[in-house]
Write a protein that binds this ligand. Structure first.
Ligand SMILES: Cc1cc2nc3c(=O)[nH]c(=O)nc-3n(C[C@H](O)[C@H](O)[C@H](O)COP(=O)(O)OP(=O)(O)OC[C@H]3O[C@@H](n4cnc5c(N)ncnc54)[C@H](O)[C@@H]3O)c2cc1C
Length: 248
C-alpha cells in the first residue's frame, strides 16, 4: 500500500450487466434502497467502498438508443447469490435516475456498467474522516462495514433526524440543513472547521455537492492535512445534470 496516498487500479473486463428489481425498501422519507437480482455476475469486481457503477437509463423520443448515464455506488453485492443493492438519495425535482428509482417496479430491468476501476485508500492510517452528504452515504456505510474497528469519524449532512440511518460505526455525526441548501457548504464547513486534526497520519475522504466538497477540501488543507491524503469528489453539481466533478 502506498504511504503517500490512494492507489488507483483498473478492472479489466468491466462490462454491461442487466439487473432486475427484486425488492424496494424505503429506508427514510428520501432514501430508497433497491435490491436487484443479476444472473450474470461473473467477473464483477468492486474493490473499494466508493467504487461506482454506471446506471444506463433508457430514453424515449429522438434520443432513443442513447442511454442517459448516472453514477451510483454498489452499496452491497453478492456475486455468488447474484444480488446487488443500490441506494438512492431522492432529490426534488428528480432527475432521470431518481425518477427511475421512484417508479421502478418489482421485475423491472436496468443495465449497469463497471466499476471500471477502484481507488484504494491507504489502510494503515492512524485515523480517517469520512465527510459527505446523502449521496455519499452508501460509500460511507460500506467503508465502515468493510473496515470494522478502524478509527473512522463520519460527518454526514442530511435534511433532518428522519433522514439519519443506523450505521455500524460509533463515531458518526449527523448535521442537519434544509434539502434546498444541500449545495450550501456552511453546515459541514462549520462542523469540520471546529475540529482539530487528530495526531498521527490521517486520511480525509469527502464526497458531496461539488462546491461543498471543494470548500471542505480547502478547510482541511488549511488545517494542515496533506493534499496526498485527501480524496475529495463532487458527487453532483448544483444546477447541472450528471454533474460528477473530480477535484483531485
Ligand atoms: C462516484 C459517485 C457515486 C455516487 N453514488 C451515489 C449513490 O450511491 N446514491 C446516490 O443517491 N447518489 C450517488 N451519486 C450521486 C448521483 O450520481 C447524482 O446525484 C446524480 O446527479 C443523480 O442523477 P439524477 O438523474 O437523479 O439527476 P441529474 O439529472 O443528474 O440532475 C438533475 C438536477 O438535480 C440536481 N441534483 C442531482 N443530484 C442531487 C442531489 N443529491 N440533491 C439535490 N439536487 C441534486 C442537479 O444539480 C440537477 O440540477 C454518486 C455520484 C458519484 C460521482
Amino acid at each position: 500500500m502506498s504511504d503517500n496516498g490512494p492507489l488507483r487500479m483498473r478492472h479489466e473486463g468491466a462490462r454491461r450487466r442487466t439487473l432486475t428489481v427484486a425488492e424496494k425498501r424505503q429506508l427514510t422519507p428520501h432514501y430508497l434502497s433497491i435490491h436487484f437480482k443479476c444472473d450474470d455476475f461473473g467477473g464483477f469486481v468492486s474493490t473499494s467502498p466508493d467504487d461506482h457503477i454506471k446506471l444506463f437509463l433508457p430514453q424515449d423520443g429522438p434520443s432513443a438508443g442513447r442511454p442517459i448515464m448516472r453514477d451510483y455506488t454498489p452499496r452491497g453485492f453478492d456475486p455468488a447469490d447474484g444480488t446487488m443493492i443500490l441506494d438512492f438519495a431522492l432529490h426534488h425535482p428528480a432527475g432521470p435516475a431518481t425518477a427511475w428509482a421512484i417508479t421502478a417496479k418489482i421485475g423491472d430491468r436496468i443495465e449497469i456498467g463497471g466499476p471500471r476501476g477502484s481507488v484504494l485508500l491507504p489502510d494503515d492510517c492512524d485515523w480517517y474522516w469520512l465527510i459527505g452528504d446523502e449521496t455519499a452515504l452508501p460509500a460511507i456505510a460500506r467503508r465502515i462495514e468493510e473496515w470494522p474497528g478502524k478509527p473512522i469519524r463520519a460527518l454526514i449532512a442530511v435534511t433532518d433526524a428522519d433522514e439519519q440511518l443506523q450505521l455500524a460505526g460509533d463515531d458518526i455525526h449527523w448535521l442537519h440543513r434544509p434539502s434546498a441548501l444541500a449545495h450550501d457548504p456552511v453546515a459541514l464547513v462549520e462542523a469540520v472547521a471546529a475540529l482539530a486534526l487528530p495526531a498521527g497520519r490521517g486520511f480525509i475522504w469527502i464526497a458531496a455537492e461539488a462546491g461543498v466538497a471543494r470548500a471542505l477540501r480547502d478547510v482541511v488543507l488549511d488545517k494542515g492535512q496533506p493534499l496526498a491524503r485527501i480524496k475529495a469528489s463532487g458527487y453532483w453539481t448544483q444546477g447541472v445534470a450528471d454533474g460528477h466533478a473530480r477535484l483531485d
